[in-house]
Design a protein around this ligand. Structure first.
Ligand SMILES: [Zn+2]
Length: 214
């Protein structure tokens, strides 16, 4: 059966052409797959750090994107190691960066130099993602203690009573919805019974004295 979203040309023959892409004579990934026979896929690659091009010596900033030739070059246990070959946008030189699964990072393999130091986000006005607690508090131990005491006071004097109050309200209304609703239903049944009884008495009275029906 033919699909809904694809145009199948009149001379398309599913027996002759295994797929629409085969009919058109190209790969689903288009131009990106032009080196797929060599195990290379053209992919968008963003520089994970600052480098200097080894050919033109220009500085290339982190985040610059390239159409890279991505290729599996090995494995670290079951994790593939990928190589990204990029052509410098400032000259004709090529550089290669590989994934390093062992250290969960990228490394420059050839054609460029990586800035020596590891990227320090704090130095660059950001926050280190792996160290959220460490430097957030004051360095003075007394101040730190005071801060802890403040937090404790706040917890015992404000947060816990508030929680207890909320818990009380919640208990009052929501603790046992079945008991609550059966209580309501019971009250309703009693009222109905009393009303019916009263009506019966009225009817008897009316009957006794021959009063007109209202
Ligand atoms: Zn260059």
């Amino acid at each position: 059966m033919q699909g809904f979203n694809k145009y199948y040309p009149p001379d398309y023959d599913p027996d002759k052409h295994t797929s629409l892409n085969a009919y058109r004579g190209k790969h689903a990934l288009g131009d990106r797959a032009r080196k797929l026979d060599k195990g290379i896929l053209i992919t968008r690659f963003e520089l994970p750090f600052n480098i200097w091009c080894g050919t033109c010596n220009n500085h290339i900033g982190m985040g610059v994107r390239y159409n890279a030739e991505k290729k599996k070059v090995g494995a670290y246990y079951s994790t593939p190691i990928y190589s990204f070959r990029c052509k410098c946008h400032l000259c004709d030189g090529w550089f290669e960066i590989q994934t390093d699964p062992k250290n969960t990072r990228y490394v420059v393999v050839s054609g460029a130099r990586q800035k020596d130091e590891d990227w320090d986000p704090e130095e660059n006005g950001g926050f280190a993602i792996h160290d959220t607690e460490g430097k957030a508090g004051p360095a003075d131990p007394l101040a730190a203690l005071e801060k802890t005491t403040d937090a404790q006071n706040h917890a015992t004097k404000v947060q816990i009573p508030r929680l207890e109050a909320l818990q009380g309200v919640s208990d009052h209304y929501g603790n046992d919805p079945y008991a609550l609703s059966s209580l309501v239903r019971k009250r309703f049944r009693v009222e109905k019974k009393i009303e019916a009884q009263k009506r019966a008495e009225d009817d008897t009275l009316k009957g006794k004295y021959g009063l007109p029906e209202d």
